[in-house]
Structures are given as structure tokens and as C-alpha cells.
Design a binder for this molecule. Structure first.
Ligand SMILES: Nc1ncnc2c1ncn2[C@@H]1O[C@H](COP(=O)(O)OP(=O)(O)OP(=O)(O)O)[C@@H](O)[C@H]1O
Ligand SMILES: [Zn+2]
Length: 436
């Protein structure tokens, strides 16, 4: 290591040996050691790699079982989707590693075998964990994650956003580090809303969804895309970022309302087709998920173009959340909704307590709204509005108890003052009609 001891001698970087006039900046440390700006940069990169174990390159990708276990910490139920995603993600990052870094790649082949991408299509009702699954995967792998809405996209030439803007969202999520962006995950929400016009029950778009689907093909498959650095439309004077999407994992999600009927009809047609079937068509059990048996042809009939379906080879379904699942979502995950509000009130020095039947009542009310766990948040928000309004500044209140009656809106939550410990009926606040 160069040591800057000799008087009069030029200062040198102790790491690379360059002198002050060969670098932009030379920083002197104690005992005559120095470091130049270039070496600081290298050190930063090394440090970033160290605390970035999931990113492409270092180490083995987590095994499907580990991925599943990690997802369990954040997502309640949806076991089928977790299994499928665990395998798809494991295979995806295994392929990425088998090929090596994008920059040093000779071609897309590995020992002559084409390692195709396994982008994922997640179907199922709204608010049941599709986005959460994708987000949790990105968290596990420590890769950049972007959510984009398919309804905002248009094919080139129409008013709206070019599909390349999907990648801009990813680049931003990667802190404008293109190499890192190339290892990320993109969740494309509402993919069902770009179904072809005239097909499927949900055709609300004016601009042909088919064009958008076409435009998505290349990006999903893997291409070097040009992304306008400022977003919006491409124009000649704009800086264009080049990003290779070969290693980007795309997860598309959509509710596909009405798909059950298409699946059912297909299954039914086969059963009552010409002649009597030689063997009876197996009837799925009554409680089976109707979406679980989805075939590519069903998605095409729904209005997705075949090529796009082909580029989303891994398909899985999330199920509607039942009362039980909603109760667990409210209470179990690390950042469960009820825990969030408890923490919030803790900051005011107040303990927030829900009786078990109160949690059940919240779940039941949420079921009625048919927006999955999203409804639970809305209900809690409405329920706790009075509490969150009243409690700050009320030095006398130490505990708030929410029971079933409070959830059902018959009475206000019980505010328990200092010195009292039980659920005193006399402490219950009367529903108030505040005069302004
Ligand atoms: N299975 C689940 N486990 C835990 N929390 C869930 C689950 N499903 C939904 N949630 C909660 O509800 C919120 C909304 O869910 P999410 O965004 O995953 O819905 P989605 O299925 O992607 O719906 P959409 O297609 O409308 O975006 C999540 O942020 C999460 O808090
Ligand atoms: Zn140096």
C-alpha cells in the first residue's frame, strides 16, 4: 500500500497508486494514507453487492420451499398461487444465473438449450393478494419492483403511455441503476382490461386493447428496449435509456370477471358434445376453485391474444378471501391492519384492543363489500375515525376497546380512562352528535 510519508513527495492513492493530478479527488486519511474518488466508487459497489444477496450474480436463488415460507409471512392463504410462484421465481432466477450477467452474454443460449422465460399470469378477484404476492417476492429477492396499470397503456400513436413506460417505472424503482433494473420484477395490474374489443364481458376501452397486447409481446419476451428517460412519448430529442428485459420477471394480474363462465362452458361443451362421450368427463368437486382449471384457450376466448398468453406460460389463480382468511389478514401478518392501528395509537400512549367477536364482525362486513381485504381496511378506517379524532390530547384515556357492537355501528368504541381496567359499561361513550 502506498504510504504518503516522505516529505515533499506527491500524495498517492493508497489503493491504486494514482497521484493527485491523475484523479478528480484524493482524500487524505490518518497516518498518511489516501484514497481517490475512483477507489471510493469501487468500494461503494463492493459494499452494495455485499448487502444485496438476492440480486443477480451472487449466491444461489432461494429454493421454492424457502420462497413459500417467506411468502407465508406476508400473505394469508393462496397456497396454490404461492406454490406456483415459488417454482416460477426459483426457475427464473436460476436461469438468469445460468446465463450469467447480461453484459457478458454471448447469446441467449445455454449449452444449446433455449432457456425460455417464465412470466406469470395471476388471475382472481380484486384485493385478494395478487399484488401483495408479487411485492413480497421482490422483497425476498431484494430486486427492484414496479407496479404498472395496463389500462394506462396504449399502443404507439394513441393518446396515453407507450408500453416502454412500464420499464421506466422499473428503472426508477432501481434508483436509475439500469443493471439492477434488468434483474427486477414488474407487476402489470388489470391485464384483463386490455382484452380485445368484442370479446369477453369487460370491454370498456376505446383504444383497441389488442394493439397494447401486441406492443407488450417483445418486452415480455425479452428485448433491448429504448425507454424515453423523461417518460411519456418518444420524440427525437429525448434521451433514450437502453434496457434489456431478458431477465426481468413480469407478473401480470387481473380479475378476469366472467372467465369462470368461459371455463364452465368449455367443460360443459365437451360433456354434451356430439355423441355420448366414451368416458364420463370428470366433474370437478363442488368446492374446487372454478378458475383453477383455466386453459390458454379460455384466456384467448376472453380476449387475450394467443401470443400474449404464450408469453405468460405460468398461470395461477388466487381465491376469494373467506371470513376466516379475512380474520387472519386483520391480525396475523407482521404488518397486519389491526397491528398498524395499534401501533399508531401507541404513539399517543393509548392501548387499542379488539375483542375477538369484533374482528369477526369486521371480516363479515368486509365480505359484503366484495373487494377482498381492501374492504377490511376501509371498514377499520371508518370505525377508528372517531377514536383517532377523540383520543389525541385526552390525557385521561389509556385504553380503547372495540367490541362487536362498535363494529356494527350501534355504539361508539369504549374509551377506558386511567385507573379503570375492565370493560365498564359506564365508560362507554354515548354516540355523539357534535354541535359545531
Ligand atoms: N391473502 C392476503 N394476505 C394478506 N393480506 C392481503 C391478502 N390479500 C389482500 N391483502 C391485503 O389487501 C391489500 C390489497 O391486496 P392486493 O393489492 O394484493 O390485491 P390484488 O389482488 O392485487 O387486487 P387488484 O387486482 O385489485 O390490485 C394488500 O395490500 C394487503 O394489505
Ligand atoms: Zn485510487
Amino acid at each position: 500500500m502506498a504510504h504518503n510519508g516522505a516529505p515533499g513527495a506527491p500524495f498517492l492513492c493508497s489503493f491504486c497508486g494514482k497521484s493527485q493530478d491523475q484523479v478528480r479527488r484524493l482524500i487524505a486519511g490518518p497516518h498518511g494514507y489516501c484514497i481517490c474518488d475512483e477507489c471510493v466508487g469501487v468500494c461503494n459497489e463492493l459494499a452494495a453487492e455485499d448487502d444485496d444477496p438476492g440480486a443477480a450474480g451472487a449466491g444461489d436463488p432461494p429454493r421454492p420451499r424457502e420462497i413459500h415460507r417467506f411468502l407465508d409471512r406476508f400473505v394469508v392463504g393462496q397456497e396454490a398461487a404461492k406454490r406456483t410462484l415459488s417454482v416460477a421465481v426459483y426457475n427464473h432466477y436460476k436461469r438468469v444465473r445460468a446465463r450469467g450477467p447480461v453484459s457478458g452474454r454471448s447469446g441467449d443460449r445455454d449449452g444449446g438449450v433455449e432457456l425460455g422465460k417464465s412470466n406469470v399470469l395471476l388471475i382472481g378477484p380484486t384485493g385478494c393478494g395478487k399484488t401483495l404476492l408479487a411485492r413480497s417476492l421482490a422483497r425476498l429477492l431484494d430486486v427492484p419492483f414496479a407496479i404498472v396499470d395496463a389500462t394506462a397503456l396504449t399502443e404507439a400513436g394513441y393518446v396515453g403511455e407507450d408500453v416502454e413506460n412500464i420499464l421506466l417505472a422499473l428503472i426508477r424503482a432501481a434508483g436509475h441503476d439500469l443493471r439492477r433494473a434488468e434483474t427486477g420484477i414488474v407487476y402489470i395490474d388489470e391485464i384483463d382490461k386490455i382484452a380485445r374489443k368484442g370479446a369477453g364481458p369487460s370491454t370498456t376501452r376505446d383504444v383497441s386493447g389488442e394493439g397494447v397486447q401486441q406492443a407488450l409481446l417483445k418486452i415480455l419476451e425479452g428485448t433491448v428496449a429504448g425507454v424515453p428517460a423523461e417518460g411519456g412519448r418518444k420524440h427525437p430529442h429525448q434521451e433514450v435509456l437502453r434496457i434489456d428485459t431478458t431477465d426481468v420477471l413480469f407478473i401480470a394480474g387481473g380479475a378476469f370477471a366472467g372467465l369462470e363462465e368461459i371455463i364452465g362452458r368449455r367443460a360443459g361443451v365437451r360433456a354434451i358434445g356430439f355423441g355420448t362421450p366414451a368416458r364420463p368427463v370428470p366433474v370437478p368437486p363442488a368446492d374446487a376453485d372454478p378458475l383453477a382449471g383455466v386453459m390458454p384457450a379460455d384466456l384467448v376466448e376472453y380476449g387475450m391474444i394467443g401470443e400474449l398468453v404464450g408469453r405468460l406460460p405460468v398461470v395461477s389463480a388466487v381465491r376469494p378471501l373467506d371470513r376466516d382468511a379475512l380474520v387472519r389478514i386483520l391480525t396475523e401478518p407482521r404488518d397486519a391492519l389491526i397491528r398498524q392501528y395499534q401501533r399508531l395509537l401507541e404513539l399517543d400512549g393509548v392501548e387499542l384492543e379488539f375483542t375477538p367477536d369484533a374482528v369477526g364482525a369486521i371480516a363479515e362486513q368486509a365480505l359484503l363489500r366484495r373487494t377482498g381485504a381492501r374492504a377490511a381496511r376501509a371498514i377499520l378506517e371508518e370505525l377508528l375515525l372517531t377514536v383517532m379524532y377523540e383520543v389525541p390530547g385526552r390525557e385521561d384515556v389509556t385504553r380503547v376497546v372495540i367490541d362487536r357492537a362498535a363494529v356494527l355501528g350501534n355504539v361508539n368504541p369504549t374509551l377506558i380512562p386511567r385507573g379503570r381496567s375492565g370493560l365498564g359499561e359506564e365508560a362507554r361513550e354515548e354516540p355523539r352528535e357534535e354541535s359545531a
